[in-house]
Design a protein around this ligand. Structure first.
Ligand SMILES: [Zn+2]
Length: 409
């Protein structure tokens, strides 16, 4: 299983499937369509059923037929095909067998190294086979580890009909990294009772809490006058922008918060005396504090408008919500995953995600979808790596979850 998993993973990461925020097509890049079609071919060769590519939403879906006549919930496994906004051309995965715990040289020429004193997580992988980048690109374990694990686990089930499990559905989607892919996911035709995204980090991660999230765009109109004769006449849009930013609590920022603490994150400022624009993202695990944060932005804008005369407009756009608010109504998928981990002696790591997953959107579409570890570390950059043994554990977990669903019924 290990070799099969490794081969699959290496062949996937070599494909450039970066998504593109500025594109309006679905998927956002043609390379994702190409990759999706390759996956379709592979799934057909491996005798999956109902293999299809949906050109409207960019999702590849397939079915593993049940081996039991018992009434078992249909389980879905989902991961994403795109990679994050970082160099993804010419990915050259490097394999380090039996990792010795020392510094790994990624790129000698540019002196790019994975140093365990900087990345303490490396110490968890001594003796493992590590797959790293060559220092020039990301790796794409996020989330091609998930795809390799799902296909390897499900093809194992297809080859072992003596293992009792219910109907299983799988889906590989585009554009997770730009926060759009799941918007077009067809929950109805996926027809599962519960699903899991396989898109988490280290072994044990089991996540069903995430942020509530919105963006806030503040546009400010100023009035430009020659600075020599500006007294009492000029309205500097940049000065209003400064006051807006200063009105926000200075400790509620990403770099000063952790766990379940929310924030306002100023992501861009542009402007002149004549006009200015501030873009924020707002995050909070608590639905009520999330609403409070949005109300607070509205209040700041109103305050400034009352001082400067209607010059500030605020646009709020919700992005995703904390899935716990749906999942708490039926914790069965979490319990199934927890029991499956227990059987494999994997200690569950249950912590709120400081971000979102496709599963948060899908949960709000009516399909409860917690997130499972895929095994990778240091996502979204050149220091990304994954242990083959961690990927093997994730693969075994998916096989175990399929069996646990039978017991849980
Ligand atoms: Zn991911």
């Amino acid at each position: 299983m290990k070799q099969e998993l490794l081969n699959r993973f290496l062949s996937y990461v070599k494909e450039d499937t970066r998504s593109d925020e500025s594109s309006h097509s679905i998927p956002s890049t043609p390379s994702q369509v190409e990759f999706a079609k390759k996956l379709v071919g592979e799934l057909q060769n491996l005798h999956f059923s109902d293999v299809s590519y949906n050109a409207d939403n960019g999702f590849v879906t397939a079915t593993v037929l049940p081996t039991t006549k018992k009434k078992v919930p249909t389980i879905g496994f989902i991961s994403h095909m795109d990679t994050a906004d970082f160099e993804s051309r010419n990915i050259k995965p490097q394999i380090h067998k039996n990792y010795d715990g020392k510094t790994i040289i990624l790129n000698e020429e540019d002196n790019i190294v994975l140093d365990p004193s900087e990345f303490v997580n490396l110490s968890n992988y001594v003796g493992d086979t590590l797959i790293t980048t060559d220092g020039k690109t990301l790796l794409g374990a996020d989330d091609k580890a998930g795809i390799a694990e799902i296909i390897t686990a499900m093809s194992y089930l297809i080859d072992h009909p003596e293992i009792e499990h219910g109907l299983i559905r799988i889906a590989f989607g585009p554009d997770e990294e730009i926060g759009r892919g799941a918007d077009h996911f067809d929950v109805e035709s996926f027809a599962s009772d519960y699903a899991y995204t396989v898109d988490g980090g280290p072994v044990g991660e089991l996540q069903y809490e995430c942020f509530n999230a919105c963006s806030a765009v503040i546009k400010i109109k100023g009035k430009n006058v020659h600075p020599g004769t500006a007294k009492g006449k000029m309205v500097n849009a940049l000065e209003i922008a400064r006051q807006f930013q200063n009105a926000l609590p200075s400790l509620d920022v990403p770099e000063k918060t952790s766990d379940r603490e929310g924030f306002y994150h100023l992501v861009s400022v542009e402007g002149t005396v004549e006009e200015a624009k501030l873009v924020y993202i707002v995050r909070d695990h608590s639905a009520s504090l999330f609403e409070y944060r949005k109300d607070y932005l509205i209040k700041v804008a109103e305050d400034l408008n009352s001082v400067f005369g209607d010059r500030v407009t605020l646009e709020l756009a919700d992005q995703y919500y904390n899935m716990i608010d749906k999942i708490k109504e039926d914790m069965l998928p979490v319990e199934i995953a927890r029991k499956a981990m227990e059987k494999l002696s994997i200690e569950p790591i249950i912590e709120p995600i400081r971000g979102g997953t496709d599963g948060s959107k899908i949960s709000f579409m009516g399909l409860l979808t917690p997130n499972l570890f895929a095994g990778g570390e240091n996502f979204h950059g050149r220091y990304e790596f994954v242990s083959l043994e961690a990927m093997e554990k994730a693969t075994k977990l998916l096989i175990q979850i399929a069996q646990e669903a039978v017991v849980s019924d």
